[in-house]
Ligand binder design. Structure first.
Ligand code: KG4
Ligand code: ZN
Length: 342
């Protein structure tokens, strides 16, 4: 008997990217589309929630039609719908949730409310050489910095997290201080390439004491003071950018080493937008090689927000018989530890 090839539509609208994808349980990712709202929010220097919601409404259906037409699939070919239900901007989440839920209801197929960070965490599973369970995951996005011991889907033990700014948030805020446009993380990383890495040394917060928590807000203040003391000429700004980037990367590397040592794991997964950072990827590749361990990243495009990861996570849960009942809700905050195991 051949196995059923579940085709799951994924919908992601938690922040400033509208994205759709179809993942098939037997044949893998069929296609995905991402529409970025960067141009919309850039004049404001950050995401404006109401504009984000309205733009998701504008783009969701055209994106979905384009995706299915490109695949020559009909809505009736779908076996389930997975949508991001949180954490994120409530108005933005509601667009994907109401679309996903109504589609599932109309088609008579199950809907799955997916946790955005679980989507990020499982994104490396979309690559050709995915990690086996268990592993340690470093989740580094705009809203979260967490080290998680992962035993399986839905089996998450929090090892440490940021007590203030997330790593991505620290990148974005420091980029703003340096006069860089939104989104700050990639812009800062680009400016850092012109910087002299020897000129300034920024602190590695909370690495001089045991534990796996993080604190990144002091680095932004350090950047501001350095800027005030040394001027804001282009070379100084680049030198500050590289010193900041190295401090974040080294801090994350120190905590990843500790987490691997503490758990005895030989597998490290990096996920979330900051996982697209090349210096971080190089440093963790080097670190894991020294530790005879391995690091797994999604391709850079699947580090930042996308619907492929939502379709994948939803597919795993739907195939296990889980689904969201008729009533649905979205959550601005949602601890990943509340998720049921498979
Ligand atoms: O995962 P993500 O796309 O959205 C959230 O779930 O938050 O992460 C976005 C964050 C932003 O803070 C952005 O500045 C950061 O990831 N980011 C980067 C890079 N690309 C994205 N930070 C540093 N270097 C990058 N190359
Ligand atoms: Zn994200």
């Amino acid at each position: 008997m051949t196995k059923k090839n579940w085709k799951i539509l994924g919908i992601e609208t938690s922040c400033d990217e509208s994205a759709v994808a179809v993942y098939a349980s037997e044949t893998g990712l069929l296609a995905h589309e991402i529409y970025s709202q960067i141009a919309l929010h850039a004049p404001y220097g950050g995401v404006v929630p109401e504009l984000a919601s309205r733009d998701h409404i504008r783009m969701a259906l055209p994106l979905l039609r384009g995706l299915l037409d490109g695949l020559q699939l009909a809505l009736t070919d779908l076996s389930g719908v997975a949508y991001t239900a949180g954490p994120g901007l409530v108005g933005a989440l509601l667009v994907g949730a109401s679309l996903g839920h109504s589609l599932a209801y109309a088609l008579g197929i199950p809907a799955m409310a997916v946790h955005h960070m679980e989507g990020h965490l499982l994104a490396p599973m979309l690559e050709h050489d995915p990690p086996d369970f268990p592993f340690v995951a470093l989740l580094v996005s705009g809203g979260h910095t967490q080290l998680v011991a992962v035993q399986g889907v839905g089996q998450y033990r929090l090892l440490g997290e940021s007590l203030d700014d997330a790593a991505g948030e620290a990148f974005d805020k420091t980029a703003k201080l340096l006069g860089l446009p939104y989104p700050g993380g990639p812009a800062l990383a680009q400016l850092a390439q012109q910087g002299d890495a020897q000129r300034f040394v920024f602190p590695r917060p909370m690495t001089d004491r045991p534990g796996l928590d993080f604190s990144f807000s002091g680095l932004k203040t350090f950047a501001l003071t350095t800027l005030q003391n040394h001027g804001a000429d282009p070379q100084t700004r680049a030198d500050i950018a590289v010193a900041f980037e190295i401090a974040v990367v080294e801090t994350l590397a120190i905590k990843c080493r500790r987490a691997l040592e503490q758990t005895g794991s030989k597998r490290l997964v990096i996920a979330g937008g900051v996982g697209a950072n090349q210096r971080l990827r190089q440093r963790l590749t080097q670190l894991t090689a020294q530790m005879h361990a391995r690091v797994y990243y999604p391709r850079p495009q699947f580090c930042t927000d996308n619907a492929a990861m939502i379709a994948y996570a939803g597919c795993q849960r739907l195939m296990a018989g889980q689904h969201q009942p008729l009533g649905f809700n979205v959550k601005a905050r949602w601890p990943m530890q509340e998720l049921p195991r498979l």
